[in-house]
Design a protein around this ligand. Structure first.
Ligand code: ASP
Length: 411
């Protein structure tokens, strides 16, 4: 019997995962079948993420170094670099405007009060994260001993070192051609292994979704329903309308074409809630299905996975306004601008791991004097919302690489 294509298998895995998760949720956590099922799902889901993480660092390292070396050879480095950063900042700014406008219009949280959540807030100790300190930490994390960065799986500092290595490979020209060749072969090997790991994706994704859905807290979801609806609605607006429109305007490519090429990565991002763990799949889709040249994808996608987070930026801004409503504080225009600005910095600084946005959120709240402990209110719904914001984050990176490729080729 011929198996359906991997794409279809992954979609089936996702649907089955949600269905079984809902079934487990109904049976309740005390049920033996549920307990065993969740244990097995935990094992399979974790193994899938571990496999992706295993290949992540060698892949990022090789793809950036080789990508930069190729770009420099074509004298396009400067243009790719500036276009990429401009795209990242603009798309995050649009996402923030969408999130904040919807929150100001629908006013989620205005019927509720902070006092209702005082128990949760008391048991939560927020780690202080003032903006200057956050900035200093971020800068400090950029330049790290490459061996430490590689062994600790620190994506951003690996990206920076690989970038510098790529430039030096071009400067050295013939002298370093063996190392460049080695890295090129390294990239091919890692992509081959990603292809193997993807055969497990339908099972891994089903397992991750079973666990996620089965463990949702329905009461908390109902209490925060307006907030959850505003976040889901605006994330969908950004992901289904705005980003595809940007893609169409710049490249003429249809949303359906994009979805076909990108779905493996989008579903993986949804199930793992981690841009970093999804990165190997994102690169594979961008290069092999969306046909972005490896030197552009190899640079834009890994950098985007750590700093370009449309979904997270939107969420942080919307959540800050939600907490202001709970606290009964009306933010003036200047304060709203501060929220928008810090939400962008917080999204840039958030690593691509599950719930990272929650940690950097503290900074956004503190920037306008909102209580950082109020994060405790968001924690129960965070895992659910993280799925969609990570998907939008990853989508933004893929669309970014398509737009950058188009703009750079034009010149
Ligand atoms: N989970 C997100 C990501 O990996 C970051 C966040 O928490 O918003 O892209």
């Amino acid at each position: 019997m011929k198996l359906p294509s991997l794409n279809i298998q992954i979609l089936l895995g996702a649907i089955l995962g949600v269905a079984i998760g809902l079934f487990f949720h109904r049976l309740g956590a005390e049920n033996h079948v549920v307990q065993n099922g969740l244990y097995v799902s935990g094992l399979i889901g974790t193994m899938f993420i571990d496999l992706l993480k295993m290949i992540l660092i060698p892949l990022v390292f090789c793809s950036i170094a080789v990508g930069i070396a190729n770009l420099r050879q074509h004298q396009q480095m400067h243009r790719v670099w500036t276009t990429t950063l401009l795209f990242f900042v603009s798309s995050m700014a649009i996402a923030i405007v969408v999130g904040m406008s919807a929150s100001l219009y629908f006013k989620p949280g205005s019927g509720l009060h902070l006092a209702m959540f005082s128990n949760a807030m008391q048991s939560f100790e927020a780690k202080q994260l003032p903006l200057p300190e956050f900035f200093a930490q971020f800068l400090h994390g950029l330049f790290v001993n490459p061996f430490t960065a590689l062994s600790q799986g620190n994506v951003l500092s690996v990206v920076i070192f690989a970038l510098i290595l790529g430039i030096s490979l071009v400067m050295g020209g013939e002298r370093f051609k063996n190392i460049l060749k080695l890295l090129q072969e390294g990239l091919e090997i890692t992509m081959l292994i990603v292809g193997w790991v993807m055969h497990l994706a339908p099972f891994g994704i089903a397992a991750l979704l079973i666990k996620l859905v089965a463990m949702q807290d329905a009461t908390m979801l109902a209490t925060l329903a307006t907030f959850v609806a505003v976040v889901i609605g605006t994330l969908l607006l950004h992901g289904v309308v705005i980003l595809p429109l940007i893609l169409y305007l710049f490249t003429g490519k249809s949303p359906l074409w994009f979805w076909r090429g990108a779905r493996e990565a989008l579903v993986t991002a949804f199930a793992t809630s981690s841009s970093s763990a999804t990165l190997p799949v994102t690169l594979r889709c961008t290069m092999q299905h969306l046909h972005v040249k490896p030197e552009i994808a190899g640079f834009v996608v890994p950098l985007g996975a750590t700093i370009n987070m449309d979904g997270t930026a939107l969420y942080e801004a919307a959540a800050a306004l939600f907490i202001a409503n709970l606290a009964g504080i009306e933010l003036n225009l200047a304060q709203q601008l501060i929220v928008a600005f810090t939400a962008m910095i917080a999204a840039i600084g958030a690593p691509g791991i599950p719930s990272a946005g929650m940690v950097t959120m503290v900074m956004v709240l503190q920037s306008v004097g909102l209580p950082a402990e109020a994060i405790a209110i968001l924690l129960p719904v965070d895992r659910l919302l993280d799925t969609l914001r990570t998907t939008v984050n990853v989508q933004g990176d893929m669309i970014g690489s398509l737009v950058v490729q188009k703009l750079v080729n034009k010149s």
